[in-house]
Design a protein around this ligand. Sequence first.
Ligand code: GDP
Length: 440
Amino acid sequence: MFETLTERLTGSFGFFKGKKELTETNIEEGLKAVRQALLEADVHFKLAKEFAERVKDRALGEKRLQGVDASDQFVHAVHAELVELMGPEDATLEMAKVGPTIILMAGLQGAGKTTTCAKLAKHLRERHGKRPMLVAADVKRPAAVEQLRVLGKAIGIPVFHEEGVTPPVVCERGVAAAKAQGCDVVILDTAGRLHIDDALMDEVAEIARVTSPHNQVLVVDAMTGQDAIESAKAFHARLTLTGVILTKMDGDARGGAAVSLKEITGAPILFLGAGEKVDDLDPFIADRMAGRILGMGDVVGLVETASQRIDEDEAQAAYEKMIMGSFTLEDMLGMLRMVRKMGPMKKVLGMMPGMGNAAKDLDIDDKQMNRLEALFTSMTRRERLEPEILDMSRRRRIARGSGQELGAVNELLKRFKDMRKMMKQLNKMGLGSMMGGKGK
Ligand code: GDP
């Protein structure tokens, strides 16, 4: 994500290496590089210029701290201004005090609106205990209604639609149906068009008028750069946007949209779409995003992803077995699966400090993980629990079963033995308890 922007911005920090003080003169080169980086990422030149000015004021105006060199001071100022530009920190959807919360979703065709409606419904149910209903009012794109029905069915969320009436009427009736069925959130999937046109804008504005939504959310494709920004301006002119969802952040978006949308629409980014699956929706956190843009990694993000998806008891049990030396291949498989639950390896690595850019060159890919898992699953459970019984003929069978060479099986067993040996040693040295185990 945002590789070029990150590289360019990080490059701008290089101007200050070895310099102790930031001055009016030496800051200019760095600012020029920042402006350039933003322009290349599709940020409007006026915004890029203003941003650089703000960085300058902050960097020169901040109190000089002991031991902080010019480079750190500059990085700090860029980071703080990025957070300011993309904030606030706690942007969330507004929930209705009485009756169902109505969320109108608008956007150009292909932006990912229908998919995002389903993602959001699932998110609100799973994370906020809500009972959402989806309303299919995109009658413009031929397959949109059916697509929403299929998505709704897959995630077990009701989808309302009515043929033969206009989209505003579908939405009004959808809200009424939600009330009648005891749903507390209604998500309106409105029509998109390939380009902004008056008919589209009139229709969304009319839907907003008749349903009085608590949230008017614009769905924008991050990959479309300047077009994303232009469409945001057009929707902003006709709707009272309360939030933005930026989709396709898993692609190689240049980052301009993420940086500029709040400034253009006045509405904060609420979520990021990071893939085609219904679970690929992440709350947007400005501070975290600024860190990622600057290639500083995202420790908080990593920790949260890990703690959400890894069952702590499972992890603790595996850990205790490890330090007790009673660790088996079955446990190792369990650990492999826990790590995999955290998400594709590159994504996990990309969130680690300093790994943002390096991760893309790493070949720890998911195919490799699949091959590894295939080795484990070609063993019987008994073999995994009692690795000692794995003689040559069993190893050959495992190799055949997983479609791999005997060498791969041997390598895995060697790694397993090394790991167990190391754990035993650590345990002897008493490091087990120091590392946080509940006891030996
Ligand atoms: P709509 O016309 O705005 O309703 O767009 P759709 O919801 O049909 O999405 C258009 C395409 O973008 C579909 O192929 C989606 O699977 C895809 N899509 C939506 N969101 C994302 C995302 O966050 N990442 C990726 N990679 N694809 C997405």
